[in-house]
Design a protein around this ligand. Sequence first.
Ligand SMILES: C[S@@+](CC[C@H](N)C(=O)[O-])C[C@H]1O[C@@H](n2cnc3c(N)ncnc32)[C@H](O)[C@@H]1O
Length: 190
Amino acid sequence: MFNEGMAGSARITAQALANGAAEAFDGVRTVVDVGGGLGTVAREISRAFPWITCTVFDLPYVVKGCLETDGVNFLAGDMFAFVPRADAVLLMRILHDWGDEKALDVLRRCKEAIDQEKGKLIIVEIVVNEDELKDDEMHHARLASDILMMAYGGKERTEKEWRNLLLQAGFTRCNITRIMALQHVIEARP
Ligand SMILES: C[S@@+](CC[C@H](N)C(=O)[O-])C[C@H]1O[C@@H](n2cnc3c(N)ncnc32)[C@H](O)[C@@H]1O
């Protein structure tokens, strides 16, 4: 039920990602979607950017029974131990599940999985607005998500917190794009 619930909301965010941050996929031929669940986002990437081969990497019980379709493969594993190599690693709604220490473990595995010159990390996560801009109608929804994540040991992060975390994991270049979703797109390179 959880995986199907995630897939439902992933559909909306995946379209916002493909429409609002298409440049993030320029020159990318392979993507590994770490914690990609049932493959909803991978299928949208494959549809929007047909030259990309996408691998969904998730826990064995999640990917068991998932059917490989054009451009989307499934691989079982543990992101804390290993992340498969690709031109780009995608982490959508993964790091907010974890505190900084565990998030850093995942980020370091992701850094090992990409080319240190040309590889990139594409994070799709909430960026909490520190200024509490009144004109941002999604601000309160982002804070509500923060409370939910804190109940399970995770948290939403501000731009400053994202930049610090990425720097600690060895990502020196970082670019944040706003899309039509609760989440932003954070591109990071070693
Ligand atoms: C919040 S869901 C996000 C799913 C998808 N990325 C999305 O945005 O719809 C977190 C995902 O991380 C996966 N996951 C949790 N621990 C993992 C691990 N150690 N290795 C690989 N995947 C893991 C879960 O099975 C789940 O599919």
